[in-house]
Write a new protein. Structure first.
Length: 56
């Protein structure tokens, strides 16, 4: 059986989750703007392809 425990507070979890959601939403907005202009750079920007893993 796998045992899992939550470390830290639930408030911290909620804050981290909100930051991740904001990063995904921001990348989605930027990607859609580039798609409207048919700009191929949207496929070359790591922050748009993998917003949770890209730095900056």
């Amino acid at each position: 059986m796998i045992k899992a425990e939550i470390s830290g507070s639930l408030e911290g979890f909620a804050v981290r989750l909100a930051h991740k959601a904001a990063a995904i939403a921001s990348a989605r907005i930027a990607s859609r703007q580039l798609a409207r202009r048919d700009d191929p750079r949207r496929w070359r920007r790591p922050g748009l392809l993998w917003p949770l893993f890209a730095k900056g």
